[in-house]
Structure formats: C-alpha cells, structure tokens
Write a protein that binds this ligand. Structure first.
Ligand code: GLC
Length: 541
C-alpha cells in the first residue's frame, strides 16, 4: 500500500468514545481507555480509527454540541493525553481521524453567547437569526432532526435562531466568511497536532437557502414515521453552494498532506446516490476537489436480499466519477446495529460483503464481536432524540452500549457504573472469549481483514458483477492476473454453484462457516444456508 492513499485501501474503525473503554472508573470511556485498547485494533487489522467528538461539551447530544473546538472534554482526558494517543496510534501504524462538527456549536459556545447577547453584536451574523413570522411564530416550516421546529425564539432580542438538531445546537452561518475562516482554523489546530483527517458531521447541511423558503411537503411521508421527514429538505440541505464550501475545506486539509501521507475528509451525507457522488467534487478539469470519502450508507437502509444488494452495488459503481474512491458502511452510532437489523447469520454474511466489496470499509465498534442493540428502559434513556420523540425506535442508546471486552465485572469496560447499561450477553460475547474461539465473529472479522490485506484483488481490484442465481449474490474482484470470486448465499436453503464459473484450480480462501475448507472440486459448490465464500488462489498464479 503506498503511503499517500491509505484511506483508499485501508479499513476504518469507528470508536464511540463514551462506550469504548473507561480508564478512571467514572463509567465513561476516555482517551486513556482508547490508548489501552489500541492493540485490539492492531490484532483486528484495521488501518485507521475515527473517534466521535471528544471536545468540551455540555453533552446535550453527547459531544455533538461543542463549546470549545480546540480542547478535550475533561471526561475524556486532556490535550496532552490526546497527543500521547496520536503518537501511540502512529507508532502502531494506525491513523487517527477526528469528528469535525461544523454545522452547529453548543449554545454554551462563547461565539453563540456573544451572538445572542444583542442584535448589534459583531458575532450576531455567525448564526442564523430571523425575525418571527407575521403571526409571531417561527420564520419558516423547517423542522429539527430531533423533533419540533428548527427555530427557537430568543425573547431578549426578539428573533429566532435556527437549529437543525437540538435548541442547544445552534446552526452556524456558513455564508459568513469569518465563520469559514474560524472553522478552517479549527481544522488546522488539529492537523498541526498530527491528526490524519476528519469525519465531517452533517456536511450536507452547512448552507441553507439564502431566502429561507419553506420546505415542500414530502409525498412519501406516512404518519408514525420520523416527524422530521414531513417536508422534503429542499431548502435546508444540499444547497448549490456546497461544492464551493467543501472545496475550501479540502484545500485546508490538503495543505497538510505530503508525499508520505495524505490527510482525509470523510463526509456524513444521507443523500440519494446522484447527490451523494456530487460530494467527490469533480470539477471541470476532472479533478476531484471534494471529500475523498462521501460516506455511502446504502447498506444501512438496504433490503438484505441478493438481488437488491446486487442492484445497489451496480448502481453505486456506475455512479462513481472517474478516480473516485468508493466506500461502504454497515452501521454507526446513529443507526441500529447490523446484527440486530439482519440477525446473527446474515451478520456474518454482511461482514464478508463489507470486507470484499470494492471500497473503503468502515466498521462500527462492537460489530466485530456481533454486538446487538440493547433494550433501554424509559427510565434509562440517555439519547436526546429518544427523549424528544419517544417510543418510535428512533433513539440511539441501543447501539451505543459499552464495548464488551471480557467476562470481568462490567465486561472490563469500567471499574465503576457504566453510563449506559451493558448488553445481557456480555459474559459470553466479549473480545477475550471470541479471540479464543475459531468459530467466533471476531475470528471471522480478523480472517477477512487479513485476507483483504493479503489479496491485492480484494484491497485494490476492480469490481465485476456476476449474474445472481436464486439467493446467491456473486461478484468477482480483479487485479492484474488475479481474480477472486465472492459468493454470498442470502437464502435459508442450500445453493449450488457451477464449478465452470470459478477460476480453475482455485480454493476456498474464506467462509462464513468455519467448518468449510479446501479446494473447489469439479462438482457444483454447495453453499450452506446463509453461507458466504471467497474463492481464489492463496497467492497470485
Ligand atoms: C450527526 C451525528 C449524530 C448527531 C448529529 C448532530 O448525524 O452522527 O450523532 O446527533 O449529527 O450533530
């Protein structure tokens, strides 16, 4: 792997820091905890870590409400501790990517406190302030992603401010050049400390319609759905000015790249495919000047059937601009976990899919041991989304429970009381137990990652769609003379695959079913229910 394209061929691992490893017994994960667990990531075989926000925050949205962009929240550690984490990660060959939250600050950020203090304050225009509608209500119909209007009245100055999320998360005004400059400085602050890039939170929303027009109704909206989807976010998201904003951000980050290693921008973008790929920022000269990795969340919403996944992979491949780096994600801290969405058997198939498709995979902590969503009682709810829109399955606590390390008390996560309950299965489902078990999910993840690293066809080869037969999703990956075939049986029955469709003399390099081994006979290959196999040659022929 050449040093400057690590994000193109490497594997990312997302850490939700509150839940990964506590080092001081307060029940909240922290930076020293992450440092203590770096060897798990090395043994897993990932290349880069993305850490959800660790900056000073009142924690109204658990760190996505930032009151100081250039420090570390005391519950997570100190700047000095962060520097140690960066150097220890780098010493192990791991890249470190931070979460950059540019759309909004905390309402306790000094910028917002100044902005709200008076209409004439020089920082007034750093946020989105509007007069009330003629009836005194909000200036338009925009909705918060966490329920209710996206506007809150500030009685002292008689205007509303815009917040795409909680009222404690006021939106910055990215049309203001001073805001852009200040936020670019934030990027430089961390780049100078050696971080390898940023995952950019709600990137699509930074620019809002200059005229603040009402959003139109969503014809697909049905009662009982997430109330924020009542309108199409036409004027509040993905505006035409975004490519320019992203290209500026990219230039800031690129200035810190050198021949030895490039810095990366990853965009959080829940957009339809045609809009998503625009964030690669292909300019008239064919140069990609947007984010290197616009997160591709299609597998999160996908129907887990061979044909629908085949279709979406083909469509994604076809939509990518020349030279663009594809990427795939199975889950994150905002979405139900993969093992709960598809069940334990298909979760193994999903791991194989993620790690054999063409494109940078991002793993969510705990998925490598098959952690599932944990039922949280109403009294235990922590997530502000669940508190504001209760009982609709929108809350995100279930997928944020503490990492299960061992059968020690509290799964080895903390010596105190965890901030969120552990899953009931922690004493059996944990890293220590699974590391010893050749049939475990962890062993499967380690094997697939090792295979992806060892096989150029898997980590840098082309994608070749093969014809699906029945419930079997089939594709090949090709690099120079090397060809690897992946067969994934999504069905509950056995499936046969003709040997003529496989490279002659090839062997099963990996299977989701630990008992399978050996060469491909001159007879149909029988896939067990929900079995996936990778077929090729141990080394290039
Ligand atoms: C993103 C984050 C989510 C957060 C929201 C507001 O969607 O992933 O966790 O609540 O932005 O910052």
């Amino acid at each position: 792997m050449s040093a400057d394209d690590w994000w193109r061929h490497g594997i990312f691992y997302q850490i939700y820091p509150r839940s990964f490893q506590d080092s001081n017994g307060d029940g909240i994960g922290d930076l020293d905890g992450i440092r203590a667990r770096l060897d798990h990531l090395v043994a897993l075989g990932v290349d880069a870590v993305w850490i959800s926000p660790i900056y000073p925050s009142p924690m109204a949205d658990f760190g996505y409400d930032i009151s100081d962009y250039c420090d570390i929240d005391p519950c997570f550690g100190t700047l000095a501790g962060f520097d140690t984490l960066v150097s220890e990660a780098h010493a192990r060959g791991l890249k470190l990517v931070l979460d950059f939250v540019p759309n909004h600050t905390s309402d306790r950020h000094p910028w917002f406190m100044q902005s709200r203090s008076a209409r004439g304050n020089p920082r007034r225009d750093w946020y989105l302030w509007r007069d009330p509608a003629p009836d005194g209500g909000p200036p338009n119909n925009w909705l918060s992603n966490f329920g209710g209007p996206a506007w809150t009245l500030d009685p002292a100055t008689g205007q509303y401010y815009c917040h795409s999320f909680l009222k404690e998360q006021p939106d910055l005004n990215w049309r203001n050049p001073e805001v852009r400059a200040a936020m670019h400085e934030v990027l430089r602050f961390w780049l100078r400390r050696g971080v390898d890039g940023f995952r950019v939170d709600v990137l699509s929303d930074l620019i809002k319609d200059a005229q603040f027009r009402d959003n139109p109704p969503n014809p697909a909206f049905v009662a009982g759905q997430d109330p924020a989807h009542r309108w199409l976010p036409l004027y509040s998201t993905d505006r035409p000015e975004m490519p320019q904003v992203v290209a500026e951000m990219r230039r800031v980050v690129d200035a810190f790249s050198d021949a030895a290693s490039s810095r990366v921008l990853i965009g959080e973008l829940y957009l339809p495919l045609s809009r998503l790929v625009a964030y690669y920022g292909r300019n008239d000269a064919g140069v990609l000047e947007g984010v290197q990795l616009p997160f591709n969340f299609q597998l999160i919403a996908a129907q887990w059937q061979a044909r629908s996944i085949d279709r979406l992979v083909r469509d994604y491949e076809a939509a990518l601009p020349a030279g663009a780096a594809p990427n795939w994600v199975l889950g994150n801290h905002d979405k139900p976990r993969i093992a709960s969405r598809v069940g334990p058997q298909l979760a193994r198939l999903a791991a194989m899919l993620l790690l054999t498709l063409r494109g940078t995979p991002t793993l969510y902590y705990g998925d490598e041991i098959g952690m599932t969503d944990v039922a949280i009682t109403p009294e235990e709810v922590q997530d502000p989304f669940e508190k504001r829109v209760p009982g609709r399955g929108l809350g995100r606590d279930p997928q944020r429970t503490p990492m299960q390390w061992s059968d020690a008390p509290q799964a080895g996560f903390t010596t105190g009381t965890p901030w969120l309950r552990l899953a009931d299965d922690w004493s059996e489902r944990n890293v220590e137990a699974q590391a010893r078990d050749p049939a475990s999910m962890l062993t499967l993840y380690r094997q697939l990652i090792a295979l992806r690293r060892a096989q150029p066809a898997l980590n840098r080869g082309d994608y070749e769609a093969l014809e699906c037969e029945g419930d079997v999703l089939a594709y090949a990956r090709r690099f120079e003379a090397q060809r690897v075939v992946v067969l994934l049986n999504f069905g509950a029955g056995e499936a046969a695959w003709e040997p003529t469709l496989l490279p002659a003399g090839s062997i099963v390099l990996a299977s989701t079913h630990p008992t399978r081994a050996g060469s491909v006979e001159n007879a149909p290959l029988l896939l067990a229910p929900y079995e996936g196999v990778v077929i090729g040659f141990a080394s290039a022929p």
